[in-house]
Design a protein around this ligand. Structure first.
Ligand code: ZN
Length: 214
């Protein structure tokens, strides 16, 4: 059994984090919190505080802007992440990348397993690795299990861009960054991606930079 004193420090830290209001500071690569496995959420934050924390994650994700944010990215080592993607992209990008709109969701204690063997490789970035993108090959479809913010069971299959988002965010909770899975020869600045590699598929980048695609 956890005692209230064991619960207190984490809740206190979250209270302190939320006190200023507005978007939370995002932790950048190099901070050990991004390399530790986050602790399963098990009521360490009381319902009211959890709701305020989730709201702060949403504000921070939207302000960045990003399509997902995991608690360790604001320095909190709990298995909680938020995702949301309005997907304001051209039709061709939508088709090739499967980038369809993903409504706001809270993922609590998520884990994923691949469905089938198909893989998809696209440029991907991370708010904790500002300024860069790299191509990551990932399972094209995954089954995600866990809970939502109210503790209701989550068991759902994701495909297309939403599958990439839930894998990226769940990986954060395991201390994994997208660069660990990336084709490092594809590593490009945001400016290079915008200038050269904005095509819906990374095929041209793969030929020019010399990396493989699935
Ligand atoms: Zn990230």
């Amino acid at each position: 059994m956890e005692t209230s004193s064991e619960r207190a420090p984490l809740a206190e830290r979250v209270e302190e984090l939320l006190a200023p209001g507005g978007p939370l500071p995002i932790v950048a690569a190099g901070d050990p919190v991004l390399r530790r496995a986050a602790v399963p959420f098990d009521g360490q934050l009381a319902p009211g505080l959890l709701a305020r924390f989730v709201a702060a994650l949403r504000v921070t994700m939207r302000a960045a802007p990003g399509v997902g944010l995991a608690a360790p990215q604001v320095g909190v080592g709990l298995r909680i992440a938020v995702i949301e993607d309005p997907a304001p992209v051209p039709e061709e990008v939508r088709r090739v990348r499967g980038r369809v709109a993903q409504p706001f969701r809270v993922l609590v204690n998520p884990s994923y397993t691949p469905v089938g063997t198909a893989r998809a490789a696209f440029f991907e970035g991370c708010l904790s690795v500002p300024g860069y993108q790299a191509v990551v090959s990932r399972p094209a479809e995954v089954r995600l299990t866990g809970q939502d913010e109210r503790g209701r069971a989550l068991d759902e299959e994701f495909s297309g861009w939403p599958a990439r988002i839930v894998q990226h965010e769940t990986d954060h909770l395991d201390g994994t960054l997208y660069l660990d899975r990336a084709e490092l020869r594809s590593l490009s600045t945001q400016q290079a991606v915008a200038a050269r590699w904005a095509q819906p598929s990374p095929e041209r980048a793969a030929r020019a930079l010399g990396f493989g695609l699935p």
